[in-house]
Design a binder for this molecule. Structure first.
Ligand code: ZN
Length: 222
């Protein structure tokens, strides 16, 4: 198969898959499945969180290196902490959920599956990536992610370098995903975070350090 035929076949496949899943997926989405995904994968944000920390420390040394790490944190954060949980709410089999997530964040899959995922994320996760803008920015964060991804490809495949402005944008967008949107969705699930990434469902944490918390502690030890 030639490259063009190959791409055509892929697009056809994506269209078919999308049409098959679209309505059924939205109808069968369950909040419980989404919530339990976060509960069952409590450390899902750790790799993105760690990479974001590395990006921050690389920033002063080398803008391009910092940019690449920020872009990785952004991409992995988006996939692992937001999209894959949403897909798992749509698709029952974990292996299929992984596949669909990969397809959705691939360049050509984004148009078709991306919309479906963004819709589900908006309705069930309380996060609207389509319209969300960072403070001090007029561009939707979704569009900024595309910009970062494009630039990242030029760096990785064509050895381009990143300016400080590019690097700052990548870091800000990655931070929005890992430190802004992810915690928002976790909260919407009735869960909370420790150390910035660890998901916890112990309702008693809320009372830690308060008089009620002391009583709970005593009850536990009694
Ligand atoms: Zn806790």
């Amino acid at each position: 198969m030639s490259m063009a035929e190959d791409e055509y076949a892929y697009d056809e496949y994506m269209t078919q898959l999308y049409e098959e899943h679209k309505n059924q997926a939205i109808e069968e989405f369950t909040f419980e499945r989404l919530q339990s995904y976060y509960r069952d994968n409590r450390l899902l944000a750790k790799p993105a969180f760690t990479t974001l920390c590395e990006a921050k420390s690389l920033m002063d040394l080398n803008a391009t290196a910092g940019f690449v790490f920020a872009a990785i944190a952004m991409e992995v954060g988006l996939k692992e902490t937001l999209l894959k949980p949403i897909v798992s709410g749509l698709v029952h089999m974990p292996s299929v959920a992984s596949l669909v997530t990969d397809l959705a964040v691939s360049n050509r899959g984004m148009d078709k599956y991306g919309k479906l995922l963004l819709q589900a994320l908006r309705e069930h996760g309380g996060v609207d990536l389509d319209t969300y803008t960072r403070p001090n920015s007029n561009t939707p964060v979704w569009q900024e992610m595309m910009e970062v991804q494009h630039k990242r490809n030029l760096i990785v495949h064509k050895a381009n370098s990143a300016s400080q402005i590019d690097a700052d944008l990548a870091l800000a967008v990655a931070g929005t995903v890992v430190e802004g949107l992810f915690p928002t969705v976790v909260k919407k699930m009735g869960l909370h975070l420790h150390d910035g990434f660890r998901i916890c469902d112990d309702w008693k944490c809320e009372y830690e350090g308060t008089p009620a918390g002391e009583i709970l502690k005593e009850l536990k030890n009694a």
